[in-house]
Design a binder for this molecule. Sequence first.
Ligand SMILES: [Zn+2]
Length: 315
Amino acid sequence: MNDVMMQPQTIDAGLRRLFAMLRTCRPHGSVTEHQFIERFLLPHGMEADGFGNLWLQIGTAPVLWSSHVDTCHRRDGAQKFQIDRDGIVRLADGSPSNCLGADCTAGVWLMTEMIEAGIPGRYVVHRGEERGGLGSRYVAEHEPNRLEGISAAIAFDRRGTNSIITHQRGERCCSGDFAASLARAIDLDHQPDPTGTFTDTANYTFHIGECTNLSVGYDHEHTPQETLDLDYLIRLRRAVLGIDTGGLVIARTAGETDSDFEFAHAGEHGDFWSANAGSLYDLVRDYPAAVAEFLEMGGVSSRELQEFIADTIPF
Ligand SMILES: [Zn+2]
């Protein structure tokens, strides 16, 4: 724990709430997840849709703020964590937890801070993101009217401290102009990053023009080594509590598909993908580790995959 963090008087009510949130393990549909919703989200006036995603509207800004309540924990209940002198949070030594769950506790917490400060926009805390984006898929398919009037969807669900995701699953989700304008609005040196895999906003690219995912300071998510950079998260809180969304540039139209031209201008990774856009078979063969990670983030278990593979083998 660093000196600033050590001073009890500098740990404000917001940080105390973050620590309380980080103590809970919340697999989708668990008792602890429901308790978390009752304790931390419903008191803010959030209301559930038909799937259980939690919504709140403040003002009229055409921005959707997004996160997810479930964590990648295998078991529900409580856990302990520790904070080192650099402000890095990780599981306590000997913790039986399989992850810290800062993915997406950091994002949910940021949104509760924004709600308390009255930052305008539409807020949604999704259910079942770690099970393959269940909650957002439900919204896109069954309650798309909830996305009406929104021109930008910003998820607080990306690892690291400097990414504004421009592509998810190899498809463009927001324009470079939008990413640059969001970086200006936050003013913490974020960069456009085309290497996104999946979060809820990927399910909204046919309904909302600009869909992105922003770094919230966690790393090594879904593993016991998961960390959270508390100093960065506090700086990000200060930035979003003062954000002016009026300057965001809306350049992409909902449903717009990518083109090689865009990829070629997406920087190093864009060049990589335009030169290597092979078939699914080629990608699985050439990048098995990345494909395994992608499947895992999409909620596919090794058992499910085993069963599928067994079904395809003609014995
Ligand atoms: Zn996440």
